[in-house]
Ligand binder design. Structure first.
Ligand SMILES: [Zn+2]
Length: 292
């Protein structure tokens, strides 16, 4: 099952989140009918979103990652809460590109150049907004750059999606490591050596390594403890009732026009691609109920 492990070394100089997100990435692929490079881009961002959601402290806190590049993918939007729920979409799910020079899905080119922004709604008057340039479009690197520059937290971000021959998601996951104040050079060197000797996250998951195993590799020769194991999944909060409220809020005149035009109003949730259709008689019932 998809989950996020949260851990710290015993001196609390670093915190690490390791996530297995295969199921939620596959869910997103099916919902949006993404092609491989879009599956990888969306899956990586969903994985990061789920982890960054887990970093939020308040029950009702939420965050949105917007990666707006000039590549053929036409942007990625991911929203997550602090309870492990994440949702998202890409502008053009049917993006198709030749592999990059390493023979990998060319997420960097699909994303292109532009900006990455993170908006955190922490229940305050104003949301927190951080924005940085996209450095490679590979998403992990871009988020590490964002953390280092915008939040001033030295971070390593590793994200991966392995697409199977039948185009389904074979593996997906990632980890984010963040250094806390007081981390000394010796400690950092050790972590860097550990991470430097590891294979990619998808290679490890594909060898059957668990998130615990991966955590153990990151903290090799360092005493650590697991603080939390949180379930995560793709979940959208849209509903027919919410669409009804939005329709009603367009006003009586607008609704009467829609009814008299006699067409079925088709709406679709961008985040989960669920369709909500309203026939003229549905609209009439809604309007009557709203007016009574
Ligand atoms: Zn939805």
């Amino acid at each position: 099952m998809d989950h996020i492990l949260r851990a710290t070394d015993n001196n609390e100089l670093a915190r690490v989140f390791v996530a297995d997100t295969k199921e939620l990435t596959e869910y997103a692929r099916k919902a949006h009918d993404t092609w491989p490079v879009a599956t990888a881009a969306l899956g990586r961002t969903l994985t990061a979103g789920a982890i960054m959601g887990a970093m939020l402290k308040g029950d009702k806190d939420e965050l949105t990652i917007r990666i707006l590049g000039d590549g053929p993918l036409s942007g990625i939007i991911v929203t997550a809460d602090s309870k492990g729920h994440v949702k998202g979409y890409v502008g053009e799910p049917h993006t198709d590109l030749p592999p990059n020079e390493n023979g990998k899905l060319d997420v960097g080119r699909a994303v292109g150049r532009g900006t990455l922004s993170v908006v955190k709604d922490l229940g305050l008057k104003e949301p927190y907004i951080g924005e940085t340039d996209i450095v490679s479009g590979e998403i992990g690197e871009d988020l590490a750059y964002y953390f280092n520059l915008s939040e001033q937290v030295n971070s390593v971000v590793a994200l991966g999606v392995l697409v199977d021959k039948d185009l389904s998601v074979k593996q997906a996951g990632g980890y984010i490591l963040q250094l806390m104040p007081g981390a000394d050079e010796e400690f950092i060197d050790k972590l860097e050596a550990n991470i430097g000797s590891m294979e990619s996250i998808t290679a490890l998951l594909d060898q059957g390594r668990s998130t615990e195993d991966i955590l153990h590799m990151i903290f090799k020769d360092i005493d650590y403890r697991i603080l939390d194991n949180m379930e995560t999944g793709f979940k959208c909060s849209c509903s027919r009732e919410k669409v009804e409220r939005a329709l009603i809020s367009t006003g009586r005149q607008q609704m009467e026009e829609m009814i008299s035009e006699g067409n079925v109003i088709e709406t679709r949730c961008q985040f989960c691609n669920k369709e909500y259709d309203f026939a003229p008689e549905d609209l009439k019932k809604l309007l009557d109920a709203a007016m009574s």
